[in-house]
Structure formats: structure tokens, C-alpha cells
Design a protein around this ligand. Structure first.
Ligand SMILES: Nc1ncnc2c1ncn2[C@@H]1O[C@H](COP(=O)(O)OP(=O)(O)OP(=O)(O)O)[C@@H](O)[C@H]1O
Ligand SMILES: [Mg+2]
Length: 306
């Protein structure tokens, strides 16, 4: 797994500017936040239920992900089951339309934000579906070719990614021959094939044992570190993993009315800036007292009220 965070110009679609490199390890001093890369603005989503009522799932959900100088962006959307995380993810990826509001993203440095479209954002779904009738290598090549990549270029890149992420041996395997953790790595590599800077992962830690959770965290961090514009959005209810992997955690939940009853429609209830807290980019984060404090606060105080 690469620890050198130098930009991969091939997969990142150009670069070479000062901003094209990621700094490994903690940032000296405080982080410099640059232009917004992705903005979720006043997003609302309601569904008609089978009994004819309206279910308000999201209400005025807003968040901004800014470019961090010399670093990729890894943020978590953290909330309990049923909070509306996958609903928000599908809208952010352009797969569903919101009832109100919009999601805008940057096409590159210095370019104005524009509304997100299908294909802008790579999505790794919770069950990481793969094509079971073709081998792992072709699972990487075929979607990229269908998206317009030349076959030889796709093959070269797939072989390089398999090598880079220690999966050469699995290249000729069928998806059914992989463990859950390996299937997930292939699903993430599928997204990396397509030169996207934005990738959303839905519950990437669920169903994995502690060793595989660490493997996924390492994979996210090392792939994110290939370019400072890379932006990973982790949708999860796993508090510990979210704090370990992220620079920012957005808590998604519902506010309460005067009688302490939840008001329909989830939104961002709290934001943890882990760079300012001195917790981001720290391999020893789990040993830091502030990590334990925040984790406890989220688990015991915030989560039960979301
Ligand atoms: N297409 C749909 N039609 C009707 N209701 C829906 C639809 N999609 C989601 N919902 C409802 O929206 C709410 C939020 O669902 P969502 O899947 O976004 O939650 P989540 O936070 O991802 O939960 P989990 O952690 O369990 O994955 C749920 O009450 C769900 O039943
Ligand atoms: Mg979900």
C-alpha cells in the first residue's frame, strides 16, 4: 500500500501545481482551507408513503467541504440507522432528485461550482455488487471501458491499481472467491478506475472484522492521498472508524421541539473539525485523550438524541 502521497498525475487527470501534492502525516500548524469543492445547500427530501402520507427524511440539510491545502478531504456523514444517510448519499451522487435544495461541486481548481450530475461522484454501495460472471481484472476494466476509457489504457490502469493495492493474486479470481473485505476493495478500485475526485462510500465498515476495518481505513486514506482534490465522503454509523478516518465529521440527525420530540427531517446537527482538534492525520489518534472524549460525547450524548 503506498504511503508516499505524491500525486498520481495519470489517475488524477493532470496537475503539477503546488496544490497537486499531498503532505504525508500531520500538517504543521493549522490547516489552510481553500475554495469549496462540494456544497450541499438546503437539501430536503420527502417520500410519499404507502398510506398516502408524506415522510420527511431530510430538511434543510447543508454542508460545505472545502479544499484543504496539501491534503485530500475525508469527511464522514455520521448518524444512526434510519437517519437519512443513504437518502442524502443518493442525492449527492445525482442518483435521486431532492424535493428542494441542491448539491454543487467543483470540476477542478478555480472553476465555478455546478450542480452535480450522475457520474460526477463514484459510489461504493453497502453491498459492493460486482459482476459475478467476469474475473476481478475485468470487473475493473469493463465499467471503465463502458464509461469511455480506451481498452488498453483501462487494462494498464487496472493492473497498476491491483499491484498498488496488493491484489495482483486476486486479479484472475471470480468475485465469489473473494472475502467480503476483498470484494469491497475491488468495488473501491472500480471507482478509482474512472478519474473521479469525489467518492462516496455507504457504510464501508459494516460487517467487517477489526482487521478488515483497519484495511479499509488504510485503503481510503492512501487512495485519498493521491491528490489533494480527492474527496471521500464516508456515510456511516460507526463512530470510532469515522473519527479515525476523517478530517471532519458531520452529525446527521433531527432537532427537537419544545416538548423534546424529534422534528421530522434530518439535517447536520453538529460538525467536528478534527484538524482544529489536532486529531486528523494522526496514526496514534486512538491513544489521544481528546479522541476518547469526543467519541464518548458522540456515543453517549449526541447519538441518543439524533
Ligand atoms: N424510496 C423510498 N421511499 C420511501 N421511503 C424511503 C425511501 N428511501 C428511504 N426511505 C425512508 O427514509 C428513511 C431514511 O432511510 P435511509 O436509508 O436514508 O437511512 P440511513 O440513515 O441510510 O439508514 P441505515 O443506517 O439503516 O442505512 C427511512 O425511514 C426509510 O424508510
Ligand atoms: Mg443507509
Amino acid at each position: 500500500m503506498p504511503t508516499d502521497a505524491k500525486q498520481d498525475t495519470d489517475s488524477a487527470g493532470g496537475g503539477g501545481s503546488d496544490n497537486a501534492y499531498c503532505a504525508p502525516g500531520p500538517l504543521p500548524g493549522s490547516a489552510e482551507l481553500l475554495e469549496p469543492l462540494l456544497m450541499v445547500e438546503q437539501l430536503s427530501k420527502s417520500f410519499k408513503t404507502n398510506d398516502g402520507n408524506t415522510l420527511v427524511v431530510l430538511k434543510d440539510l447543508s454542508l460545505t467541504i472545502r479544499n484543504i491545502k496539501h491534503k485530500p478531504q475525508v469527511v464522514s456523514l455520521l448518524g444512526p440507522s434510519g437517519a437519512g444517510k443513504t437518502t442524502a448519499l443518493r442525492i449527492m451522487a445525482g442518483l435521486d432528485k431532492p424535493t428542494a435544495g441542491c448539491v454543487r461541486l467543483s470540476e477542478g481548481e478555480g472553476k465555478p461550482l455546478r450542480e452535480t450530475r450522475v457520474g460526477d461522484v463514484g459510489v461504493v454501495f453497502q453491498r459492493y455488487p460486482l459482476f459475478d460472471d467476469i474475473n476481478v481484472l475485468n470487473n475493473l476494466i469493463e465499467p471503465a471501458v463502458r464509461a469511455g476509457m480506451a481498452k488498453q489504457a483501462a487494462r494498464d490502469k487496472a493492473l497498476r491499481l491491483l499491484d498498488e493495492f496488493d491484489m495482483v493474486k486476486q486479479g484472475l479470481a471470480w468475485p465469489q472467491q473473494l472475502s467480503g473485505g476483498q470484494r469491497q476493495r475491488v468495488a473501491i478500485l472500480q471507482q478509482l478506475m474512472q478519474d473521479r475526485h469525489f467518492i462516496i462510500l455507504d457504510e464501508p465498515f459494516s460487517g467487517l472484522d477489526p482487521v478488515n476495518i483497519i484495511n479499509v481505513i488504510d485503503l481510503i486514506v492512501s487512495t485519498a492521498n493521491q491528490h489533494t482534490l480527492n474527496t471521500f465522503i464516508i456515510v456511516t454509523h460507526d463512530v470510532t472508524s469515522a473519527l479515525i478516518v476523517s478530517d471532519t465529521v458531520f452529525l446527521l440527525g433531527r432537532p427537537r421541539d419544545g416538548k423534546d420530540s424529534p422534528i421530522p427531517g434530518a439535517r447536520v446537527m453538529k460538525q467536528y473539525d478534527l484538524i482544529a482538534e489536532g486529531l486528523a492525520y494522526r496514526p496514534d489518534i486512538e491513544d489521544l485523550p481528546r479522541f476518547s472524549e469526543i467519541r464518548k460525547e458522540i456515543k453517549l450524548v449526541e447519538f441518543p438524541r439524533l
